[in-house]
Design a protein around this ligand. Structure first.
Ligand SMILES: [Zn+2]
Length: 243
């Protein structure tokens, strides 16, 4: 495996345009960023064993990023998981998930493995085995508890993930940090509130990045392309990118 491997379980925005799976990606086969509703299905479609996950890292609690967790917990409970798993997310991630599951899969957490809930918030650096994570404040849905991006390092490679956000200082900090930036790009030119688009925002993000760094677009509408931006790729469902 190369130093940094990103495998996309989905790349679509919340509307699943053109049948795209909802956005999420697996880093080096061990760290799942976001738990979209089809996460378990996508992992199994790729022949990946969900018991191999060390951690799930969610950026915020919108359903397209979060409601795949119950299915992962279900798999882990009944399909032989014994070692602990970490779930990283904004404050109250544990509470929100427990509210969902107590009405949908009661007894889900009476299991033979342990869930370690890790609260992420700006200013609190996290380390998950070899993965370093700095949570970054971004500008998304004010009615949610908190929305985060993540500045990360693994195997000497710096990568970032914007989560869902309008363009803001946090996004530009991530752009400057990252050798590979996974950025949301929810539409081509539309003014989708609290999100970024290809025509207006991605040139600004790209310009803040180092010239040899790669911009990798996800959480997309079906007509998003690289639009001539340098070192810019559009992620595809079930594709793996190696850096
Ligand atoms: Zn969102």
């Amino acid at each position: 495996m190369s130093e940094l491997t990103l495998s996309f379980v989905g790349t679509g925005n919340a509307f699943a345009p053109g049948g795209l799976c909802w956005n999420g990606f697996l880093v080096n086969g061990r760290y799942l960023f976001e738990a979209p509703p089809q996460a378990l299905m996508s992992l199994r479609h790729e022949g990946l064993d969900p018991n191999d996950l060390d951690a799930v890292i969610v950026s915020h609690h919108h359903a397209d990023h979060f409601l795949g967790l119950p299915f992962l917990f279900l798999y882990w409970k009944y399909q032989g998981r014994t070692r602990p798993v970490k779930v990283v997310g904004p404050p109250e991630t544990k509470d929100v998930m427990e509210q969902v599951t107590e009405r949908t899969y009661p007894s889900l957490f009476e299991a033979s493995y342990e869930v370690e809930w890790v609260v992420a918030e700006p200013g609190k650096d996290l380390r998950l085995n070899g993965l370093q994570i700095q949570p970054v404040a971004v500008k998304h849905d004010d009615k949610l508890n908190m929305s985060l991006g993540y500045a990360c390092a693994l195997n000497g490679k710096r990568f970032g993930y914007t989560g869902d956000t309008a363009i803001c200082d946090g996004v530009l900090d991530l752009a400057r940090h990252s050798q590979v930036l996974v950025s949301e790009c929810a539409s081509r030119s539309g003014n989708v509130p609290i999100h970024m688009n290809l025509v207006d925002d991605m040139p600004v993000v790209r310009a803040a990045m180092g010239g040899n760094s790669t911009l990798l677009l996800t959480h997309i509408d079906s007509d998003v392309d690289s639009n001539g931006l340098p070192n810019t790729l559009v992620a595809r469902d079930h594709e793996t990118y190696r850096f």
